[in-house]
Design a protein. Structure first.
Length: 556
């Protein structure tokens, strides 16, 4: 291949003879060769294809075609398979014994592609987790020592199934590792789910669940008990749902974990929501607004009174949007108070109240007390019932600017939701300034993004005519180490902003149907979630598939 000169080879041979290393290893150590060049040379020598695994999209059914233990034993990663054969990537195609043994283990014809050894190691960790024979303490030693501190008022040991779990056991290190790794990977949730045959662990990253190396089934009870202690739950109670919180310091950063425990058929399922109190990006521009929507929204949130509602399902970024609004208008001449359950992020200069049902500090009671503090701006974490909604709307009618959230599918549906919980339509019409629905879509990874052409069927589903799109900039991620091969990194919002005008208020008082109100919203300039997503897909901010995944079709 012309990579090594005769002189370099001769020097390496002499050095290898004295050191006892191989010539190739010596050339790699001296920096003359890279391991990827060696793999390419081996592929050429044996007439095999050289592949870069990081650029491959390997489906779950392909990974499952080679058992985890076999993949680790022979250092291979499956790329394709059918009923008769499986194509695997390995670093040394000259190891005929391994290839033969692999064929017998899988009972299939084995076809060989060649990949760099480091890439194979990374792929094995990504798709299969660490080697099975690694002890738990060895697996987590490098990650946890001096890197995580968990604070809790609970005990540090528990008798579980006759065995004590104390501070010296690998269980504590394993639980700490889950938290550290999830934080480092940018996960929003950790899911621990007892299944019939295994104890599954998944991280939700950018809204999508990714399965991780699962703890052994035999450790299920101990891991759950440890987490219940840390979040100050009753470890003896396994019949009813419980909630708790964990405070952690990871790499010098303070994070909170909201912990939910739910009894299921095969044991207790635990979900932990990670809240990085210091890591919130608070600029309105970073939420994903395009310029026209951002200008409209900035004017609305500076109004002196009225109520502004952000709607969407759980996990659609409503709270982050409200925090961004508060940060934008947070000036010394305004008093801002929030009531939340829980207080997710700490904002300087803002009075934040934590709901506490144990002492009857509910949303409604906290809101009543807050209004006696003479605030200019009030933020309610969520409107859940008539009492809270009534106080919030009355506050907005008496000179306060109120921000809150509702669980509805689109912006106009917020009116129906408020009516359903008992608020009078004339009050809704008088108080409401803006209704905004939002969803989160994944950004294209900036490291591996490249021009791409969506299917015409996807474009038509977005309401776009492929022949009439001006200056399209469609992009897609190929998948790289930064985005864990997904092609996506980070998320931003899709928005539909319904500015309530006088005609809309009349329609709300007259209790028109949601369809009619939605039609009026479109007339006054509201773009639907799918229309907003289509604009952002054309601009290369996300993909057509992502927009179709999180939005429903627009009704005429």
């Amino acid at each position: 291949m012309g990579v090594v000169t005769d002189e370099e080879r001769a020097l390496a041979e002499d050095e290898a003879m004295s050191s006892g290393e191989g010539v190739v290893d010596t050339l790699i150590t001296k920096g003359v060769l890279m391991t990827i060049q060696v793999s390419q040379a081996k592929a050429a020598q044996f007439g095999a294809e050289f592949v870069e695994i990081a650029e491959q999209t390997i489906e779950d059914d392909v990974i499952s075609s080679v058992p985890r233990s076999v993949a680790h034993q022979y250092k291979v990663v499956p790329l394709y398979h059918d009923d008769l054969s499986v194509t695997v990537a390995m670093s040394d195609p000259s190891d005929l014994d391994a290839i033969d043994a692999l064929g017998q283990a899988l009972n299939k014809e084995v076809k060989i592609s060649v990949a760099d050894e480091d890439e194979i190691e990374d792929a094995l960790k990504q798709y299969y987790g660490a080697a099975k024979d690694d002890s738990v303490s060895k697996l987590i030693q490098d990650i946890t020592e001096g890197d995580v501190q968990i604070s809790t008022l609970g005990e540090v040991s528990v008798e579980d199934d006759g065995g004590a779990v104390d501070a010296d056991t690998p269980i504590i290190k394993l639980v700490n590792t889950m938290i550290v790794e999830a934080f480092r990977m940018g996960a929003s949730d950790i899911h621990l789910e007892p299944l019939a045959a295994r104890f599954r662990m998944r991280y939700r990253i950018d809204g999508v669940c990714h399965e991780q190396k699962s703890p052994p089934r035999r450790l299920q009870a101990a891991v759950i008990s440890r987490l219940k202690i840390m979040s100050e739950m009753d470890i003896a109670e396994k019949r009813v749902p419980q909630d708790g919180r964990i405070q952690a310091n990871v790499g010098g950063k303070s994070i909170d974990l909201r912990v939910s425990c739910l009894p299921t058929t095969h044991g207790e399922s635990i979900v932990m929501r990670l809240l990085d109190k210091e890591g919130l990006k608070l600029g309105l521009g970073q939420l994903g607004f395009l310029t026209d929507d951002q200008q409209t929204f900035e004017k609305l949130i500076q109004l002196p009174d009225g109520i502004l509602l952000v709607t969407g399902p759980t996990g659609s970024g409503k709270t982050t949007t409200l925090y961004s609004c508060l940060n934008y208008i947070n000036k010394p001449d305004r008093k801002i108070i929030t009531v939340e359950d829980p207080v997710e992020y700490l904002l300087e200069g803002i009075n934040q109240v934590q709901v506490n049902t144990a002492v009857d500090l509910t949303f409604a009671n906290a809101l009543r007390a807050m209004l006696r503090q003479a605030p200019n701006v009030v933020m309610l974490g969520e409107i859940r019932d008539y009492e809270t909604a009534s106080i919030a709307i009355n506050a907005s009618l008496t000179g306060h600017l109120v921000f809150s959230t509702l669980h509805t599918n689109d912006a106009p549906s917020a009116v129906t939701r408020l009516t359903d919980i008992g608020v009078k339509p004339f009050l809704i019409a008088s108080a409401t300034r803006c209704l905004m629905a939002q969803r989160l879509v994944r950004k294209i990874c900036q490291k591996c993004e490249a021009p791409a052409t969506p299917d015409n069927s996807d474009l038509l589903a977005l309401g776009l005519d492929p022949n009439q799109i001006k200056d399209p900039n469609f992009m897609a991620g190929k998948g790289c180490d930064k985005c864990n091969g997904t092609g996506h990194k980070g998320r931003f919002g899709l928005f539909e902003v319904f500015v309530v005008d006088d005609e809309s208020r009349k329609m709300i008082v007259n209790q028109v149907t949601n369809t009619e109100l939605r039609k009026r919203a479109r007339e006054v300039g509201m773009r639907t979630l799918r229309e907003d997503g289509a604009r952002k897909a054309v601009a290369g901010m996300t993909t057509a598939n992502e927009v179709l995944r999180v939005t429903v079709g627009d009704e005429d």
